[in-house]
Structure formats: structure tokens, C-alpha cells
Design a protein around this ligand. Structure first.
Ligand code: SF4
Length: 429
């Protein structure tokens, strides 16, 4: 059942009183991430002068571009920063997930951009200015926004070098993921959106960024899975060529990270050998049954037990603190296969957190929003807010229990300081 806008505020109040030790800002951040945000005409007009949403890998929207009547896909900002307001919010960066039907709206009131929930002002909204490198083109005429966009308020260069995935179709693609459909809709919309970026393009873009920017601190090389070969190369050989070229041209200029599948020890070692510091073999969902359904391609080609074993193997190569598997927070409650009760879903995920954290490996989250072009994104609302905030509490407590360091490569931690925008896990540490 769709929660009424008033119900959304009541639910936040209820959860804040249940979990008073969580920062108040993360209740709104998680709610914005799971339900998306709308923009008024005025806010959209102003926002179009700021750093725009670059569609760095997936759509992360709750509506397809074909249904965006005001070209929100071209005018909305990458992120909004929540601050001030009646509750005196500390600066909190939130990724923008477009949903014209959301109870949350960014609008201009009294000359200020503000976030409203059901018409009630929640806080002020700040936008990131357009960085100099976003105004530049590569030698081949492509915009830097296509080849090397940044997220996390400019901290992270997001290098999706392969914008599609060889897990293809409803039986293989991860059921929450719209990478292939998003690629199609971006091409139809006319955006410059390169399927396979060349090493030369990446170096060209990074040269511009190196000359003009001092905010970026890390880069991520990623893209879809390669199940056979891509341009004659295996997955590890395809992705490692970018890291090798970057580290050769810009040694230690940025913290280097790769997000690829859980690969064999020999393949993982190739990344370490060229200077990659952090490895993200994303396991997505902990429960065995759900992994086989939701990550069917990964389950068939690699298998859950092997995936987990390879994560542990990678910890021997990179060191446990530098292996950071992602978990899609909330997907374990997706209908029709997921847990029905919040408590059961949390218990399952805690089991996974305990498994990894007790071995010194600290997972992280991306908050799930149902993308309508993904298999599980149609006709459902996603996990309830209660799930997301209780998960944050469980994560923070497990992180403390095992006395783990702050995960590297995400910038500062703590409310008011964190810039990680697609989950609040860094805000609560
Ligand atoms: S492996 Fe899964 S999550 Fe990753 S791009 Fe392919 S379908 Fe998407």
C-alpha cells in the first residue's frame, strides 16, 4: 500500500523515537534514496545551472526517462546536500533519484532552495557548482561527463568503462539492476553515453581533471560483467588495462578501486600488481535462496559458495580492510521472493555482516530503489524505511563490535562530514 505523505512523516517520527542513537538526518537520507525526489519547475530551472546527474552506471531513478515530462534527466543535479532547517541538519549528501510522484520535493521558497515533505519544509538544499572539467571536451569531442563523471560531491571519479553487462535478460541479469536497459534509454535520449570507453579516452579525461581539479581523491573502475570475452579479453584482462594505464600515467594521484566480479586468486592478483588498492567483489544479497534468484547469473557462472571463498582469498592479497563487498540494502525484501518481515531480513543480513566483519572484511551498502527498467523494479515500493534504518544501526554496532577501521576510499566518516551519497553507512560510523 502506498504510504500517504503525512504517513511518511509520522513514520520518520516513530522510527526516530525507536532509534534515538541514529543521526536524525539519515532517516531522511534513506527515505529519499528509497523513494526518490521530485523537483518544482523553479528548482529544476535553478538546478540546471549546477552539477548535473551524469547517470554514472545505472539509472537510479524510480521512473524511466520516457516518462519524464520536463526533461528532469538532463536538468536534475547529481546530488543534493541537506543542511539547516528547523531540525538544524548537519551537511548530508544525498544522491538524486528522480521520482515525480515522490512525497519529497525540492522547491524554492523565500528565495531559498528547500526540501519539502508533504508540503512541510524539512531543511535547506545546497547544490554542487559545475566543476571546471565538466565544461570540457576530450580531443575526440566527447564530454568529460560521459567518460569520467564524479559523484560523492566530487570525491570519487566513477569510471564505468563498460556500460553494459554480459549477464543479459531476465534469467541472468541481477534482478535489481537496469544497466543494459539504462544504456538503451540513455542512447535513445541522445546523451553521449559510450558503451566501451577506450584507455585513451580515460587518460584524456583524467588529464583534464588532473589539471583542473583538487577535490577528487579516488577513482573506481567498473562496468558490467564479462562472462566470455570483451574485445578479445577476459574480465580481469579487460578491466586491468585501465588501472595499469592510469597508475602508470598518474602514480598514486588517486586512491584506486575496482568493482568487478569475485575472480580467482591469480586474476585478482593482476589488479594488485598494477597498483589497485581496493577491491569490491559485490555479493549483493546474503541469503542463499535469494542469491540464487536475485543474482542468477553470478550464481550460475561462479556460485555463492565460490563467490564467498574468493572474497576471503582476495583478503589475503589486498588485506581484509581493502576488500569491500557491496550489499544492495533492501533487495532482500523485494516481492515476491524476499523476506516479508523486517526482522527476518535484518537477521539474514546481520549473519552476512558477522561472517565478513569477524574476518576483518567490512562490507558496505547501496540503498536499493526499484528501478522500473529492472526485473524487480516494476510495481513495487522497495523495502520499508524501518528496514533501512535498523540495518544502519546493526551495521554500526557490528563495526564497533569488531573494532574495524573506517572503510578506505570513501572520504570522511560521520554525520556532517561523510560524502558517500548512495547509502548512509558512512554517515553513521
Ligand atoms: S553483474 Fe549484475 S549488478 Fe553487475 S552489471 Fe551485471 S547485472 Fe548489473
Amino acid at each position: 500500500m502506498q504510504m500517504t505523505p503525512c504517513g511518511a512523516r509520522d513514520e520518520i517520527d516513530r522510527l526516530q523515537s525507536l532509534l534515538p542513537d541514529l543521526p536524525q538526518e539519515v532517516f531522511y537520507k534513506e527515505d529519499l534514496l528509497r523513494t526518490g525526489v521530485a523537483f518544482s519547475d523553479d528548482a529544476l530551472r535553478v538546478a540546471s545551472q549546477f552539477k548535473p546527474k551524469a547517470y554514472f552506471i545505472f539509472s537510479f531513478d524510480l521512473t524511466p526517462i520516457s516518462e519524464m515530462k520536463r526533461q528532469e534527466n538532463l536538468r536534475a543535479p547529481e546530488e543534493i546536500l541537506l543542511e539547516n532547517g528547523p531540525q538544524r541538519f548537519r551537511p548530508t549528501v544525498v544522491s538524486v533519484r528522480l521520482n515525480p510522484a515522490s512525497p519529497y520535493q525540492v522547491a524554492i521558497h523565500d528565495g531559498k532552495m528547500q526540501l519539502f515533505l508533504a508540503g512541510e519544509s524539512i531543511c535547506d538544499v545546497r547544490l554542487q557548482p559545475v566543476p571546471e572539467y565538466y565544461k570540457r571536451m576530450l580531443g575526440n569531442g566527447k564530454p568529460v561527463t560521459d567518460i569520467a563523471p564524479t559523484i560523492e560531491w566530487g570525491y570519487l571519479l566513477y569510471l564505468t568503462v563498460f556500460r553494459q553487462c554480459q549477464y543479459f535478460g531476465a534469467k541472468e541479469e541481477c534482478q535489481f539492476c537496469d544497466i543494459n536497459e539504462n544504456y538503451r534509454q540513455q542512447k535513445i535520449s541522445g546523451r553521449s553515453y559510450t558503451s566501451i570507453k577506450s584507455v585513451a579516452e580515460i587518460l584524456d579525461a583524467l588529464t583534464i581533471i588532473d589539471e583542473t581539479d583538487s577535490a577528487s581523491r579516488a577513482y573506481t573502475i567498473t562496468g558490467g560483467s564479462v562472462t566470455s570475452k570483451l574485445r578479445g579479453k577476459t574480465e580481469s584482462d579487460f578491466y586491468v588495462q585501465y588501472a595499469k594505464a592510469i597508475e602508470r600515467k598518474f602514480p598514486d594521484r588517486w586512491i584506486s578501486k575496482v568493482v568487478v566480479q569475485a575472480l580467482s586468486k591469480d586474476e585478482v592478483k593482476k589488479f594488485k600488481d598494477v597498483g589497485v588498492q581496493i577491491y569490491h567483489p559485490n555479493y549483493e544479497v546474503w541469503d542463499r535462496r535469494l542469491f540464487s534468484i536475485i543474482c542468477a547469473g553470478k550464481d550460475r557462472y561462479v556460485g555463492r559458495d565460490e563467490w564467498i571463498r574468493r572474497i576471503l582469498d582476495a583478503a589475503e592479497i589486498f588485506g581484509p580492510t581493502h576488500v569491500i563487498p557491496n550489499f544492495v540494502a533492501g533487495i532482500e525484501m523485494a516481492k515476491p521472493y524476499g523476506f516479508r518481515k523486517v526482522g527476518d531480513a535484518i537477521a539474514s543480513t546481520i549473519e552476512g555482516l558477522e561472517f565478513f566483519m569477524s574476518r576483518g572484511i567490512c562490507p558496505r551498502f547501496t540503498t536499493w530503489c526499484p528501478e522500473p527498467l529492472s526485473v524487480l523494479g516494476r510495481n513495487q515500493e522497495g523495502a520499508p524505511l524501518e528496514y533501512h534504518v535498523r540495518l544502519l544501526q546493526a551495521y554500526r554496532d557490528a563495526h564497533r563490535k569488531y573494532k574495524l577501521p573506517i572503510p578506505p576510499g570513501y572520504g570522511d566518516a560521520g554525520i556532517g562530514h561523510a560524502v558517500f551519497s548512495v547509502s548512509s553507512f558512512m554517515d553513521v560510523l
